[in-house]
Structures are given as C-alpha cells and as structure tokens.
Design a protein around this ligand. Structure first.
Ligand code: UDP
Ligand code: MG
Length: 190
C-alpha cells in the first residue's frame, strides 16, 4: 500500500494533484476540507460546528477532525492506499494518523509538500473564489489568516515526518503536468 500525505499551504494545488494521483495509483482520496464542506452542505451538527471555524480561516479542533477522518478510513478498508489531502494539519493530528494506521499495520509512506510563495497563493485562491462558491476563498483577510495558521500550526507537520526521513519538498510552481511529474518521481521509488 501507498499512504501519501499531500501537503502544502492553502492554494498550493493539493486537490488538483490528488485527482491525478488517484487515477495513476488507484488510491482513495481523502480531503478533510471536502468532507467538512459536504457536512456543511447538509447542515449536519458536524457541519455546523466546522462552519464556525472555517468561515474565520481557523482550524476545526483536532478531535473533531480526527474522528471524521477515522470514520472515512474505517469505511474504506479495501483500498490500495490513501491520499490524505489537507490532513494532518497539526502535529497531534499527525500522531493520531500514525496510531490509526498502526492499528491496520500501515504507516505513512511519504509526505510530499508543494512549495508556493504567499502572494501566488493569495492570487490563486482569490481566483478560485470566483467560481468555488467558497466564502473562505473570497476574502483576502481570511485567506491571509489561513496562510498564517498554516505557518504556525501546520508547517511543523513537515518536520514531524522529515525526522522520520519521509518528507519531500517540491517546487509547486509550474504547469499541472510538470508538478505531477515531480510528485510521481517521489512516489515511484517507494
Ligand atoms: N479544515 C480544517 N481541518 C482540516 C481540513 C480543513 O480545519 O483537516 C478547515 C480550515 O478552516 C480550512 C478550511 O477547512 O481553512 C478549508 O480547508 P481545505 O483543505 O479545503 O482548503 P485548502 O487548503 O485546500 O484551500
Ligand atoms: Mg484543497
């Protein structure tokens, strides 16, 4: 199995690349952001709780996110591996993911980080906001807060996997195909 963490700031291209990786490697794509948006769309209690954080660009609390992630993994046991997109976003989430995979005699195979500078992220997200219907993509101050939260709370996750020799940082600027090639080069020798 390949268990890939696709990592990087908001707007770095994780969702776009995950869709291509799913086709090539036959993995299950789990985007916790997409799962939250599904819950919000159905106005479930989980969605209502998540909304209060997402609309400010803050993180949904770890225990809520981890529980939702665990349900999704447990509901899909017979897969060739997972692509985790937008998760883990904190070191405690990374520790919880390791414990969850351990119960299945699995581990994270690799973390690939898409490296993109802030101004490019802001312009990509504002552009996406024109069509995504996402309130958190339409307000520059919310976008900037998401980037700050990434730096303070999420970026330590890179070091968490880097000390295990599992992290790779790639240039996230280029064509979709170029970046896809860079990611595949990290996965193909696993
Ligand atoms: N979010 C979160 N935990 C997650 C995934 C998403 O708290 O595991 C929240 C957070 O508020 C984030 C928003 O949902 O800003 C959108 O996340 P998503 O991953 O969809 O955005 P992206 O980073 O891909 O633009
Ligand atoms: Mg995304």
């Amino acid at each position: 199995m390949i268990n890939l963490v696709l990592f990087g700031p908001p707007g770095s291209g994780k969702g776009t690349q995950a869709a291509k990786l799913v086709e090539k490697y036959n993995l299950l794509h789990i985007s916790t952001g997409d799962l939250f948006r599904y819950e919000m769309g159905n106005n479930t209690p989980l969605g209502q709780e998540a909304k209060s954080y997402i609309e400010k660009g803050e993180l949904v609390p770890d225990e809520v996110t981890i529980g939702m992630l665990r349900n999704k993994v447990d509901a899909n046991p017979d897969v060739e591996g997972y692509i985790f997109d937008g998760f883990p976003r904190t070191v405690p989430q990374a520790e919880a993911l390791d414990r969850l995979l351990e119960t299945k005699e699995q581990t994270v195979s690799k973390l690939v980080m898409l490296d993109v500078q802030d101004d490019e992220l802001v312009s990509r997200l504002l552009n996406r906001g024109k069509t995504s219907g996402r309130a958190d993509d339409n307000d520059e101050s919310i976008i900037r807060n998401r980037i700050e939260v990434y730096k303070s709370e999420t970026s330590p996750v890179f070091d968490f996997y880097n000390t295990q020799g599992k992290a790779a940082k790639i240039d996230g600027i280029g064509s979709i195909e170029e970046i896809f090639g860079r990611i595949c080069a990290e996965i193909d020798h696993l």
